[in-house]
Design a protein around this ligand. Structure first.
Ligand code: GMT
Length: 394
């Protein structure tokens, strides 16, 4: 498995780029951090701005800088505010480094803070950067349905110089929900699989499962949108298949689902929280399973595909843009737990078919969602599309 790629030669001038993202585990944090890491590898100066150091960030790498946003909790304010200290930190970084582009991940509060920072910069005669906003989903699929937030989301998107969405499905939904004609470019997410550091056998030993057990894996933050009860129902339907095991790698505490696990008397489900070496578990698994109500992209699916494993997922949001039904795995109707169980049985009974689907998935992940393919698109976007964008009126 080729895990890294040759540095592409680039004709672009070297840029100074700010990246504003959430630092914690989550698809958007992974994409933003890896994008910054890749840009730094290409020689661009990359300045991360966040309330904590993103967990995938290697500060010892050349061209990588991190600026922490300090949040004060004055007794005067009932609720600590992040937007204002973030805006001031962005302005201070700009004053010192004069960035060409500030690429924010999420419209609120990140684009809002960057736009406010830009107004302060103008006031203080500081050279102005372009603001690029990437939409990851929740801004639109959840927050924009809140009357208190809709207008600020719309403003932050419309006033950004350039906007990208991680799938066509998210772009369409954004245009429809915000009733805007703001140009939005689709740039898909990417993922670079890291080589495993432990063998399949040793990981399986640690999980107390056999080498010939069929291990389905699910990784997510367990938010309600992931429909964890559906996963548990699928595992219930497969109780009679003694060699079926489901591994849930939980980004957030699993405790809320323990009563259901107990009620369903599940013995074939293993849960691990806060796993850092996800690569070893993906490598040791046989397939991925994702029951989400919606996903603007579905990073967990891409991560699974990047390790050469087939994926079973709901046909919703941007997922069908990432994987193809019958080629990289199977797409199923939301809530069709019986359908999921049937397809898993099909894979259990046909290891050769599972292998072929997994190989297709790997090929697709490399051809469409690799750093090599996607980082170039962002660079082109920063240097060509955004360069031309004028008329923000701020
Ligand atoms: O909602 C989440 O699962 C977290 C969120 C995030 O910030 O990572 O995920 C959203 O962005 C990811 C990265 O672009 C996408 O892969 C996820 O599909 C998207 N989540 C939803 O749309 C629910």
């Amino acid at each position: 498995m080729a895990m890294s790629y040759k540095l592409p030669t680039t004709n672009h001038k070297l840029l100074k780029i700010g990246i504003v993202c959430y630092p914690s585990i989550g698809g958007s944090g992974i994409v933003a951090t890896n994008l910054g890491n890749e840009l730094a590898r290409l020689g661009h100066q990359v300045h991360f701005i966040s309330y904590d150091q993103p967990f995938l960030l290697n500060l010892k790498a050349p061209n990588v800088h991190f600026h922490k946003v300090n949040i004060n909790t004055y007794g005067l304010f009932k609720y600590p505010d992040y937007t204002l200290p973030l805006a001031v930190t962005i302005e201070q970084v700009q004053k010192k480094y004069q960035l060409d582009v500030i690429h924010v991940h999420y419209a609120v509060p990140h684009a809002t803070a960057a736009l406010l920072a830009r107004r302060i910069m103008r006031q203080n005669n500081i050279p102005l950067p372009k603001i690029v906003t990437t939409l990851h989903g929740t801004d639109i699929t959840l927050l924009a349905h809140d009357k208190n937030l809709l207008e600020i989301i719309k403003y932050s998107i419309e006033r950004s110089h350039c906007v990208t969405a991680v799938s066509q499905s998210l772009k369409d939904e954004t245009l429809q929900v915000l009733k805007t004609d703001k140009p939005i470019n689709v740039i898909y997410n990417f993922y670079t699989p890291l080589p495993p550091t432990k063998s399949r056998t040793s990981i399986r030993k640690g999980l107390r499962i056999r080498d010939d057990d069929f291990l389905a894996i699910h990784l997510s933050n367990l938010r309600p949108v992931k429909r964890i009860p559906d996963l548990l129902k699928i595992a219930t339907l497969l109780k009679t298949r003694k060699n079926f095991k489901l591994l849930i790698l939980a980004g957030e505490p699993f405790a809320q689902y323990l009563p259901l696990m107990k009620k369903l008397r599940l013995k074939n489900v293993i849960v691990k929280e806060n796993v850092k070496d996800i690569k070893n578990y993906l490598n040791a698994a046989d397939a991925g399973i994702y029951t989400s109500e919606t996903e603007s992209f579905g990073m967990g699916m891409l991560e699974t595909m990047s390790y050469g494993k087939p994926v079973l997922a709901t046909k919703t949001g941007g997922i069908p843009e990432v994987m193809r039904d019958g080629q990289d795995g199977f797409l199923l109707k939301l809530g069709d737990v019986k359908g999921f169980a049937k397809k898993l049985e099909l894979l259990l009974d046909n290891p050769a078919a599972a292998k072929t689907l997994g190989q297709n998935a790997l090929k697709r992940s490399r051809e469409h969602f690799s750093a090599e393919v996607i980082v170039k698109q962002y660079l082109k976007y920063y240097t060509e599309t955004c360069k031309k964008t004028v008329g923000l009126g701020d």
